[in-house]
Design a protein around this ligand. Sequence first.
Ligand code: AMP
Ligand code: ZN
Length: 276
Amino acid sequence: MEYDIEKQVKQTIEKYHLIDDKKEKVVVALSGGKDSTSLLFILHKLGYNVFGLMIDLDLGDWSKIHNKNMIEFCKTLGVKLTIVDLKKEIGHGICFIKSILKKQKNLTGCTVCGIIKRYILNKYARKLGADKIATGHNLDDECQTVLMNFLKGNVFLGVNSSPVSGEIGTKGFVQRIKPFFFVPENEIKKYSLKNKFKILYDKCPCAIGTYRVETRKWFNDVNLSSKEKLKIVSEFQKLIPKLKNKNQQEIRECEVCGEPSRNKVCNACKIFECLK
Ligand code: AMP
Ligand code: ZN
């Protein structure tokens, strides 16, 4: 039987209460790739109140093409799109930030990018009055995260990975939802190709030689079936409440910027400190 991606998204939204009311303002974080583009398309088709939010990472032609594609895509759907220019926002492009962090803290690749993206998405989604931020993370991403944390010898790192993160009402924090949490990546790709979305399928040019890229290679070689991936992710979800009790860190305000943080100073501000 053919996989029904729209049905799976609907089920996840209902079961985990990702969006309880069609009036809720859902900001979809758009990278320009197949996952977030398909997500915006499906949520819009299901009648949710969606908006697009994209960070221009200033990665040359790659960013320019992604921006152009998303402007056209949102226009066709009649969805409002906001683009935040990273360089204007924090004074540097992502490659520069990564190179400084590599030199100073030996922090590599996708971790730095993830911190910066989360910081900007939260700040702008809040400015836009969003109730939720939806990202295109899929089953393969989640499965890789579970296995990666295990390989790092620290399963506790996954304590906050779930289809919905953060409590409603935490000051300054816009809840993040992942409607593709249980959807395998190949099904999203099929859907995107079937619908002939005008997008790029290339991986991020900046993600070279990072731990995540290495894990992804290994992950693809292991060649798990969708059923096996689903089992790994679902079983880990059952474990989270047990892990949480012992390791719960409250979200509070960062002492420097006031954005929500699990520590005194948020990870983004720690990065900004290195750029001074
Ligand atoms: P990635 O970490 O690149 O695999 O992206 C995971 C998710 O984060 C995507 O599906 C998007 O929802 C979001 N995202 C990634 N890059 C951007 C970006 N430049 N602007 C806005 N959202 C993004
Ligand atoms: Zn901060």
